[in-house]
Design a protein around this ligand. Structure first.
Ligand SMILES: Cc1ncc(COP(=O)(O)O)c(C=O)c1O
Length: 374
């Protein structure tokens, strides 16, 4: 069956025009500009692809291993560079799942799993993360959902949209659940790098031999526009299957994106870039925490990592409210929880730097909440 639209993307498409004046939706750190990389880019760089590896620049693959803390556990041969984490996930779904297979994922969670399960004809079980439990994933419920037919478990860590983290012990327990039935365990780690209350959890590719870590330079580094991400897995057959599928989608590497990503991930750049992103993110999240505290119609469990979280809207429905906030005179964007089957919640994001116009957005959100009847 063809791939059909998901509520989240439908909402993004519907709301792009006219452009909002403030955003409470950005999940990315402040994006760098091309000029930040020019000094390290070779002007003689050939933009031809010939002679390069089908898996991506070896130097970039080394950096991917290092940034994930996988040195000694995985190597550059275990990495495939892709057009963002989105393509890495896509290649996993496409090559690992068949009609009739069983996929287990979480809800709320990244909707790509449900979209691809529907297109492929895979049976889907969604394990709920509950607001009352602080959005924790219930590992007993996950274990009960996994059966001998389960071919894949797909999770995001940190979780999109709640920013909840699975720590090392939980990841080991989930790997054991997957191993019980020989299932693949794909963990989308695209939001890794901005942890607020503890260390970055280990990448699943180092925890489980059928573990696949997907990620990119899009979020903590704000480089979504260069479309450069990866998958990491110690199974050479899986990497080769993904190369074969990719030959029929984006085909080969994005040479300029890979060079910029390699520069961005050099230790002398990565460390300072992450500490800047942490400082900015901590400040904007503190601003949002104070705001939610002062608004009687809002409450939330703050994200443990990343720049987005789900807030409860008391006494009003998320989607009509989000649409009202987007219209004149407020012109402010946020994502209604209906994009995640959470109709009583809104997704708030505080990334995007000055372009997001965060303070003004919060002022307008407050005015809209006050004016809303009831
Ligand atoms: C959980 C998750 N995975 C993947 C993506 C896509 O990221 P990329 O730009 O690396 O393709 C996003 C983007 O919003 C995301 O939130």
């Amino acid at each position: 069956m063809k791939i059909t639209i998901h509520k989240l993307f439908e909402y993004l498409l519907e709301t792009a025009d006219p452009p909002p004046e403030a955003f409470l939706g950005f999940s990315l750190s402040t994006p760098p500009v091309l000029g930040d990389f020019l000094a390290d880019l070779d002007p003689g760089l050939s933009l031809d692809w010939n002679g390069q590896s089908f898996q991506g620049l070896p130097a970039l693959r080394e950096r991917v291993i290092d940034q994930a803390g996988l040195g000694g556990l995985c190597a550059a041969k275990d990495v495939l560079i892709t057009a963002g984490a989105a393509e890495a996930n896509y290649l996993c779904f496409r090559q690992l799942l068949q009609a009739g297979d069983h996929l287990v994922t979480e809800t709320p969670g990244w909707p790509q799993a449900a979209v691809m399960a529907k297109a492929i004809g895979t049976r889907l079980t969604c394990v709920p993360r509950r607001a009352e439990a602080g959005w924790d994933l219930d590992l007993d419920a996950l274990s009960a959902a996994v059966t001998p037919d389960t071919r894949m478990i797909f999770l995001s860590n940190p979780n999109n949209p709640t920013g909840r983290l699975l720590p090392a012990e939980s990841l080991q327990a989930i790997a054991a659940i997957a191993d019980r039935v020989g299932a693949w365990l794909v963990v989308d780690e695209v939001y890794a790098g901005l942890e607020w209350s503890g260390p970055r959890p280990p990448s699943i590719a180092g925890v489980y031999d059928r573990g696949i870590s997907t990620g990119s330079v899009s979020k903590a580094l704000g480089l979504q526009g260069i479309r450069t991400g990866w998958m990491i897995c110690r199974d050479p057959g899986l990497i080769m299957d993904a190369v074969i599928a990719r030959e029929n989608s984006s085909e080969i590497m994005n040479i300029l994106g890979e060079h910029i990503a390699e520069i961005a991930l050099r230790p002398e750049r990565l460390g300072p870039a992450l500490s800047r992103a942490r400082q900015d993110g901590a400040r904007t999240l503190a601003r949002l925490n104070d705001f939610i505290e002062s608004e009687p119609r809002l409450s939330w469990t703050a994200p443990e990592a990343g720049l987005i979280g789900l807030a409860r809207l008391h006494g009003l429905a998320a989607e009509p409210f989000a649409k009202h906030l987007l219209a004149d005179p407020y012109r402010t964007f946020l994502l209604p929880g209906t994009a995640y089957d959470q109709p009583a919640h809104i997704r708030l994001g505080v990334g995007g730097g000055a372009a997001a116009n965060l303070d003004e957005g919060l002022r307008r959100l407050s005015a809209c909440l006050t004016a809303w009847p009831g």
